[in-house]
Design a protein around this ligand. Structure first.
Ligand SMILES: Cc1cc2nc3c(=O)[nH]c(=O)nc-3n(C[C@H](O)[C@H](O)[C@H](O)COP(=O)(O)OP(=O)(O)OC[C@H]3O[C@@H](n4cnc5c(N)ncnc54)[C@H](O)[C@@H]3O)c2cc1C
Length: 257
């Protein structure tokens, strides 16, 4: 239950409110998750006026402010079409209008395609205080235990990487029970991540090329048993989805990569 609301106009002001001793205050992104929390009374620091909703693209990569709404991300031409497709499957239009990238990464579980794709892209998040940068692969498994700061300010990834994902769900509108995402860099480096189960997506492979993506995906599902599908089913399907992703990436013109 929200018992205090503050809307700072600068990052410094937001940080001082969030770090004030003996105050239980949380950053407020789009509020789609936070506004449903009823179990305890807490204050919220609304981040909408502190300038964290900008998207910058350079040769080095794309940097997306943590307050960027999912629909804003989808409307950005520099954003890979696979990221747009992931958002479209993950979130209905009303959620896309409100939810922010930061709030999504903090709350989404292993069944999020967007989070699976950003993990594949080896995205990095930046946290305050201290401008600490941490790769999603290092942060996601520990995000409930040891946050690197009180506020995520941005998320960045390389724009020239080619990425593809494939998924299975019980119906087109249902959440996935398995997602395989593959990213490939110009050097041939290939990362494979899996989602559709568990608390967060997981890394299956980070290798010099795509060979073994199917075996790595199969092995990563060793314990992927839950109420939606057996590990054995996921093992078999993961290998096939990984092959499909690699075939799609092979279809890109080599000079583009
Ligand atoms: C109807 C509905 C359907 C959904 N479907 C899915 C789904 O299919 N898959 C899925 O994975 N999730 C789903 N979700 C959950 C979704 O991941 C979150 O509701 C949403 O993305 C949170 O974003 P937000 O910006 O609204 O965050 P908020 O609700 O504002 O905040 C969420 C949490 O993140 C923290 N936070 C927010 N921004 C920051 C920041 N910049 N730095 C530090 N902490 C921050 C807040 O303090 C809070 O703890 C669904 C939610 C709803 C309401």
């Amino acid at each position: 239950m929200i018992r205090e609301y503050c809307r700072p106009t600068s990052l410094d002001e937001a940080l001082s409110l969030l770090t004030e001793e003996a105050k239980d205050r949380k950053p407020l992104g789009g509020g789609t998750h936070l506004s449903r929390q009823q179990e305890a009374a807490f204050g919220v620091i609304d981040l909408q006026e502190i300038g964290l909703d900008r998207i910058a693209t350079t040769d080095q990569g794309i940097t997306v402010g943590a307050m960027t709404r999912l629909d804003q991300l989808m409307a950005t031409p520099e954003v890979d079409l696979e990221i747009m497709r992931a958002i479209q499957i993950d979130a209905a239009e009303n959620i896309r209008n409100m939810a922010t990238l930061g709030g999504w990464l903090i709350t989404s579980d292993g069944r999020s395609i967007l989070t699976t794709v950003l993990l594949t892209l080896d995205a990095t998040s930046t946290w305050e205080p201290g401008k600490q940068k941490i790769r999603l692969g290092d942060w996601l498994p520990l995000r409930n235990q040891a946050p690197p700061g009180v506020l995520m300010t941005e998320v960045a990834w390389a724009p020239t990487t080619h990425v593809a994902f494939e998924y299975v769900a019980r119906s087109p509108k249902d959440r996935p029970i398995l997602v395989v995402a593959v990213a490939r860099w110009g050097s041939g480096r290939t990362r494979v991540t899996l989602g559709g189960f568990g608390d967060t997506p997981i890394l299956a492979m980070d290798g010099p090329d795509s060979s073994g993506a199917d075996v790595a995906s199969r092995d990563a599902c060793f314990e992927a048993d839950d109420q939606w599908a057996s590990a054995q089913y996921r093992r078999e399907v993961a290998a096939k989805l990984a092959v499909r992703c690699v075939q799609r990436l092979d279809g890109f013109n080599g000079s583009e990569v």
